[in-house]
Design a protein around this ligand. Structure first.
Ligand SMILES: Cc1ncc(COP(=O)(O)O)c(C=O)c1O
Length: 435
């Protein structure tokens, strides 16, 4: 594998951009030192780097590219719209068309407002909830790693520099599948919790109707119940994690899969709450999601075409099927190599991730780095195993074969010492206090 071009770009990236990337999750510290490729193009589930190396890629665009890179009908829809203009002084008709299409897919969503990223949508949900309830606190789930770039969330992580304590103090946490921890928050902060916000499901399945139980608590205590569907939306089901788990939240937020990589996100929910962001009420006005680029027409055209593909083709079914094929193939290898306590698959087939565990079966960033190193050598770019609609049987089978080879090295490293096989330093978690 050639690496010269990416190595040469590295210094320039770091000289121009703090951290060498516009998104921390894509940073050098998330990849092996021996190789952190810079990408130049993609097609379907394949991507090429600056050295011309071809990879089968997983979790593309931080899970936003669900159909595939440069998906022809989405590109065409966006391009056709670009020819008609990107932004106007009054709303474009496509803003209504896209809203109506979206509302037709998300059961229980009575109104929607579009924006450019998930953080804005969640921030809008929080502000709306605070205005609606007249309360201050937001309760979030400790096990859900990311909800927003805004201070109320980042202030609750170890990377809280620059955020006033008074802001961090407005965020309180509970544990997933732990209803007593939610009850305790309502008891400790009576009449103060504006909303509870969480993802419907991550790697752990909700037990004992956990989501319904939270919703019931929210309504008993007068708080807004919000589901973050950034990852589950259009992936678990066309109706999102809420449809999959048969629950209708007060508000929910979508992004990522909504536009197949184009920048578009949404805050949707009950009219009674959403209306506070509008003109038809006599309460204090809420400044709800209003940005210059919020309704950029070609991103909405991309979203409309992406949703049309979800509605007319078996996209979600394919994500589940290909994820299952992948999981079965990898599990077979893991079992035959005797690595079940050291390499594990987690999550639903449509959104598969992996855990790398050391010789003591403890989570290991060093073994994650080795796994990334060995799979990249085999032209696989797999920070996760999240499939897209473009991952065909051939690519899945090539991935299983490459992972099987990588796991042979992984096994040797467990037996003989990882330092013998790993080149350079291990990857590090994004949320850490110091470099
Ligand atoms: C669950 C969840 N919510 C919100 C966000 C924030 O979305 P964005 O990066 O589009 O602001 C993310 C981003 O990864 C996410 O995974």
């Amino acid at each position: 594998m050639k690496t010269d071009a990416s190595r040469n770009l590295q210094q320039r990236f770091h000289s121009a951009i703090p951290g060498g990337a516009h998104t921390y999750a894509k940073g050098d510290d998330q990849f092996p030192e021996s190789y952190a490729p810079y990408m130049v193009r993609g097609k379907g589930c394949r991507a090429w780097d600056a050295d011309g190396n071809e990879f089968i890629e997983y979790g593309m665009g931080l899970r936003s590219v669900t159909l595939g890179h440069a998906y022809p009908s989405v590109v065409e829809a966006a391009y056709k719209q670009m020819l008609k203009g990107a932004n106007f002084v009054r709303p474009n008709v496509i803003e209504l068309e896209c809203a109506e299409q979206f509302l037709g897919l998300i059961r229980g969503a009575e109104m929607v407002k579009f924006c450019k990223n998930g953080s804005d949508a969640n921030n809008g949900a929080l502000r709306l909830s605070r205005a609606f309830t007249g309360r201050n606190l937001v309760a979030i789930c400790s096990e859900h790693p990311f909800l927003s770039v805004e201070d109320w969330f980042i202030g609750s992580t170890p990377m809280s520099a620059g955020i006033p304590r008074s802001v961090s103090a407005s965020t309180v946490k509970f544990h997933y599948n732990d209803i007593p921890s939610v009850e305790k928050l309502f008891a400790d902060y009576p009449g103060q919790i504006a909303c509870v916000m969480l993802e419907p499901e991550k790697e752990v399945v909700p037990e004992n109707r956990f989501l319904h139980a939270i919703q019931e608590l929210c309504h008993r205590h007068g708080a807004v119940f919000i589901l973050d569907e950034m990852i589950t939306g259009f992936r678990w089901d066309n109706g999102g994690g809420q449809k999959y788990h048969d629950i209708v939240p007060d508000l929910s937020t979508f992004g990522k899969a909504l536009g197949n990589g184009f920048s578009v996100s949404a805050l949707a929910g009950k009219r009674e709450i959403m209306l506070r962001g509008g003109l038809d009420h006599d309460k204090e006005r809420v400044f709800l999601l209003s940005t210059t680029h919020g309704a950029e027409t070609h991103s909405l055209a991309a979203a409309m075409e992406t949703m049309r593909v979800y509605q007319t083709e078996p996209v979600v079914k394919c994500l589940w099927r290909q994820g299952t094929r992948l999981a079965e193939g990898i599990s077979k290898t893991v079992k035959s190599l005797g690595l079940s306590n050291h390499f594990q698959l987690r999550g639903k087939p449509c959104c598969l991730v992996y855990a790398t565990l050391d010789a003591e079966s403890k989570p290991s960033q060093i073994f994650r780095t080795l796994f990334l190193q060995e799979t990249m050598k085999r032209n696989l770019l797999i920070p996760s195993l999240v499939v897209s609609y473009s991952h065909g049987d051939e690519e899945i089978d090539r991935t299983i074969a490459g992972i099987s080879e990588a796991l042979v090295v992984y096994k040797k490293a467990l037996e003989e010492g990882v330092e013998k096989y790993l080149v350079g330093r291990p990857v590090k978690p994004v949320f850490r206090k110091f470099n």
